[in-house]
Ligand binder design. Structure first.
Ligand code: NDP
Ligand code: MG
Length: 394
């Protein structure tokens, strides 16, 4: 029986993964090694019972008593904390879903690769902060990383049987997020609730807000570079409000291979789960005649400074990705907490990058998990200082 684990099982990607696992036979078809979550202990316990997991892990120590109580008598082991997440990743499995949100997802995924497992990677932050390390670790242990982000799954699928050396460009699409049609003046006053509703995709709150600011697409540009090893100047972003074309790959002969599908993450998750087969998936089939038209436009650089920052980060290299992601996460925390406005997020990230690259040269030095973590901590601390200064000025 195939052994599987799901990290971030209680999140949006985790729920979709669970849904597919249950539809594909659940505990009769899969041996579930570990399921992990955060504060949603009741849901984690229910999933662990349904899949008869070996162990359920919450990221938070204070959630352990509730998890233990919820799983009493089930025979399922329980654990809590960062070290327990790593231990869960060290339990051999054939397929592991990496769907924790944020930089917290890096270490468990990194550990899982040591067992030559297949890592289905939704946690894009892993590639943004430590792409070269992750890819090298996978190569070293004969492990495979399969992309789960919809755009990257689309590119991966368009590249089946193709030679990456013949790729001229990769175009990833962006819906434009919640505010794509808002006048710029209104953006400064956009509320958390307004930023948390996506026109096409149903996702976790953080990635939904990152879609409105295009920080999500900025992370995905870097993710494209790291995963496919393609030069930054060959990566393009195209606004496509319908979210039906997920990505396009342009080849040396001028051909463009596009991937289309309903905006449902179960496609990309299912592709990674069943790969290299294509098994039936419960996603809507597109009726293109009913849809009629698809539209595309170039992203407005003034509206989406995050995209420019992504290219600056790629030019810097080294730990710049870790600083960028951590500053973004801290700025997002600040926005959600009502401490800074929507447009200030990009300003905070830009200030952190400028300060850190002048201070220590973010592009320098060998990349290691330790200096990624250290850069992450420094960027978060600096972002909080910058946000404090911005509040004082305002
Ligand atoms: P959610 O916020 O919905 O879920 C996050 C999961 O991680 C939950 O299980 C949560 O637990 C857990 N978690 C939160 N904080 C921590 C922590 N510090 N340590 C360990 N676990 C933690 O996120 P999404 O499912 O939306 O996104 C997950 C990842 O997938 C992200 O990297 C995102 O960018 C990527 N992704 C998501 C897409 C989507 O459609 N949602 C599309 C493409 C990529 P709990 O809820 O129990 O507290
Ligand atoms: Mg995506």
């Amino acid at each position: 029986m195939r052994r599987i684990s799901v990290f971030g099982a209680t999140g949006s990607i985790g729920e979709s993964t669970f849904d597919l696992l249950m539809r594909q036979g659940g505990p009769e078809a899969y041996h579930t090694v570990a399921l992990t979550g955060g504060r949603n202990v009741a849901r984690l316990a229910a999933m662990a019972r349904a899949l008869r997991a070996e162990v359920a892990v919450t990221a938070y120590d204070d959630c352990l008593p509730a998890l233990r109580a919820a799983l009493a008598g089930s025979g399922i082991a329980v654990a809590a904390g960062e070290a327990a997440l790593i231990e869960a990743a060290d339990r051999p499995a054939d397929w592991i879903m990496s769907a924790i949100v944020g930089a917290a997802g890096l270490a468990p995924g990194f550990h899982a690769l040591r067992h030559g497992t297949t890592l289905a990677l939704a946690n894009k932050e892993s590639l943004v902060t430590a792409g070269p390390l992750l890819m090298a670790e996978a190569a070293k242990h004969g492990a495979r990383i399969l992309p789960v982000d919809s755009e990257h799954s689309a590119v991966f699928q368009a590249l089946v049987g193709e030679d990456i050396a013949e790729v001229e460009r990769i175009i990833i699409t962006a819906s434009g997020g919640a505010f794509r049609d808002w006048p710029m003046e209104r953006l400064a006053r956009a509320s958390v609730a307004e930023a948390s509703s996506h026109p096409n995709w149903d996702m976790g709150q953080r990635i939904t807000i990152d879609s409105a600011s295009m920080f999500n697409k900025a992370l995905e540009v870097i993710e494209t570079r790291e995963y496919f090893g393609i030069a930054p100047e060959k990566i393009e972003v195209l606004v496509h409000p319908e979210s039906l074309v997920h990505a396009l790959v342009g080849f040396a002969d001028g051909a463009l291979m596009a991937h289309l599908g309903a905006p449902d993450m179960r496609h990309a998750i299912g592709y990674a789960l069943n790969w290299p087969r294509r098994d039936p998936l419960p996603v809507a089939r597109l009726d293109l005649a009913a849809i009629g038209a698809l539209s595309f436009r170039a992203p407005d650089p003034a509206r989406y400074p995050a995209l420019r920052l992504a290219y600056e980060v790629m030019a810097l290299g080294g730990t710049a990705g870790a600083a960028f992601n951590a500053a973004k996460e801290a700025a997002l925390d600040g926005f959600i907490a009502g401490e800074i406005g929507f447009l200030q997020m990009a300003a905070v990230v830009e200030a952190v990058l400028a300060e850190m690259s002048s201070r220590q040269g973010l592009g320098n030095g060998a990349l290691s998990l330790d200096n990624v973590m250290q850069t992450d901590a420094e960027a978060r601390a600096l972002a909080r200082v910058v946000m404090g200064q911005q509040r004082t000025v305002a």
